[in-house]
Design a protein around this ligand. Structure first.
Ligand code: NAP
Length: 472
């Protein structure tokens, strides 16, 4: 059989997941020189963009604007979107293998990490990932109940997700009302009684994982003072030396910014965002729900591998908290029929080529990109380079005749299969209809969009728009 990649037999690639890494991979593939490529992208949600829609905070429209790049990719010849289709249940991985030369998993890290402490699952204590999905209108999380009737929220973790959650709790309702925050969340956040948001880092200011703009934004909150204890800004010797090292610009600037916060007198605003460092949760307690947290004070030490790590001291403290959000990182989940490295919670891979096991052989025709490839780190742009690497591996395998020959590499056959299994799947035209409805709902209120937050509403909008497009 002739090598795929020609007009007669395009290189057929399935991408599982329509977030940034999947779209960057599609973009690289569809602009490959002298290779004709067809990309079918699947998502279990009726909507594309992954965390750009369901993760990026509503008050960060500039970050969301990256979807315009993805829209250009979707407009390219050879691209199709199949939303509301779950690979692994609606369609099996083995069925993709029979229809595509290559399958790329771009499914991200879909769950959260646990702290492993007593009381972690008490009502009122939740993963930040759920709070994020809830306020962003992810249909599977819209019915969660976040009780914001208490005064204090405790957020565990020093990453950008912790920053996002803190801002969402601290923003003035009028600031929020201009965004595309889900309406159900806006209503609850408007009525919120939370005045104090405490962000707990297990290490010190020099080890925080925030990026500088996200930290700086805290100073722009209209209704909240930022409180940092100046005692926390006296760094231990190893931390002080570490931020002077080359390549530690972000950490150095974080320490400067936190130092500026510490030096500033609170302005008496109605809310406060407190940064606490060198503390770890030990237990969450309360009468049938989270009401307080026992924390232990840590000290830092230089481990054998040179990393600066925390270790507990004898000193303990109990702090009140009515809402606990654990924001200690996302975690990858195994996909049926695809190898998985349980230890690292990623698909084992070599530069994007999926391996049978860590350090094992390549599973021909199977690739991965994004967080499921490298773990849940990096910003949206990090996925561009990452996807480029994976696509280069596919093109190299194509060139060397290493891609498997699928039994049925026919694009019409895929459409028939998807239609049989999921008659209510959403095409790109369907998504454009959803997009138009959401934008038109937002416009009279000066909002970028009002999100449709249930699968039924989304499918209805897609169906009506699809019918209009067919009639036109
Ligand atoms: P992250 O950046 O990996 O931060 C996780 C934080 O949790 C770290 O401070 C970590 O501390 C702490 N942690 C881990 N285990 C802990 C434990 N058992 N107890 C206490 N603390 C613990 O993760 P993330 O905030 O979920 O963000 C994920 C990625 O998305 C990051 O790359 C982030 O930059 C990106 N993101 C970017 C934006 C943006 O650009 N605006 C917004 C959101 C997310 P240690 O350092 O001590 O391990």
């Amino acid at each position: 059989m002739a090598q795929p990649g020609t007009a007669d037999q395009p290189l057929r690639v399935a991408i599982v997941g329509s977030g940034p890494s999947g779209f960057y991979a599609a973009g690289h593939l569809l602009s490959a020189k002298e290779v004709t490529v067809e990309v079918d992208m699947f998502d279990s949600l009726p909507t594309p963009w992954g965390l750009v829609r369901a993760g990026v905070a509503p008050d960060h429209p500039n970050i969301k604007a990256v979807s315009r790049v993805f829209e250009k990719t979707a407009a390219k010849q050879g691209f199709r979107f199949f939303g509301n289709v779950t690979i692994g249940s609606d369609i099996e991985q083995a069925e993709l293998e029979r229809r595509y030369h290559a399958v790329i998993y771009a499914c991200g890290a879909q769950t959260d990490r646990h702290m492993g402490i007593p009381g972690e699952d008490l009502p009122g204590s939740r993963p930040a990932t759920e709070f994020v999905a809830w306020y962003n209108g992810h249909p599977d999380f819209r019915d969660l109940d976040f009780d914001l009737s208490g005064n204090t929220a405790l957020i565990v973790g020093n990453g950008n997700v912790a920053m996002d959650c803190a801002r969402m709790l601290a923003l003035a309702p009028d600031e929020l009302a201009k965004t595309d925050v889900a309406d159900h969340a806006l209503e609850v956040l408007r009525a919120s009684a939370i005045t104090d948001i405490v962000i707990l880092g297990r290490r010190g200011p020099a080890q925080a994982a925030f990026t500088n703009p996200e930290l700086l934004e805290m100073a722009d909150l209209e209704e909240a003072d930022v409180i940092v204890d100046s005692a926390d800004m006296t760094l231990d010797e190893a931390s002080a030396a570490s931020i002077d090292e080359e390549g530690e610009l972000t950490a150095r600037r974080n320490v400067e910014i936190l130092g500026e916060f510490a030096a500033k007198e609170p302005q008496g605003r109605p809310k406060r965002v407190h940064f606490r460092f060198l503390v770890s949760p030990v237990a969450i307690e309360g009468d049938g729900r989270a009401q307080r947290m026992e924390i232990v004070h840590n000290e830092l030490y230089v481990a054998d591998d040179g990393a600066i790590r925390p270790r507990p001291t004898e000193r303990r403290e109990v702090i009140d908290g009515d809402l606990v959000l654990r924001s200690i990182g996302y975690k990858g989940v195994a996909s049926p029929g695809v190898p998985f490295d349980e230890r690292r919670a990623v698909i084992p891979n070599d530069a994007g080529r999926v391996l049978h096991e860590p350090d094992g052989d390549h599973v021909g025709g199977l690739y991965c990109v994004g967080w499921i490839k490298r773990g849940p780190t990096g910003v949206i742009g990090t996925n561009k380079k990452d996807a480029h690497e994976t696509v280069e591996m596919i093109l190299e395998d194509l060139e060397h005749g290493r891609l498997p020959e699928p039994a049925d590499p026919d694009s019409a056959a895929v459409e028939a299969l998807v239609t049989e299994r999921k008659p209510d799947h959403v095409t790109y035209v369907g998504w454009e209809a959803i997009d138009a409805v959401e934008k038109s709902l937002g416009e009279p209120h000066g909002r970028p969009r009002v999100k449709l937050c249930s699968r039924d509403e989304l499918l209805e909008a897609a169906k009506n728009g699809g019918a209009e497009a067919r009639a036109a």
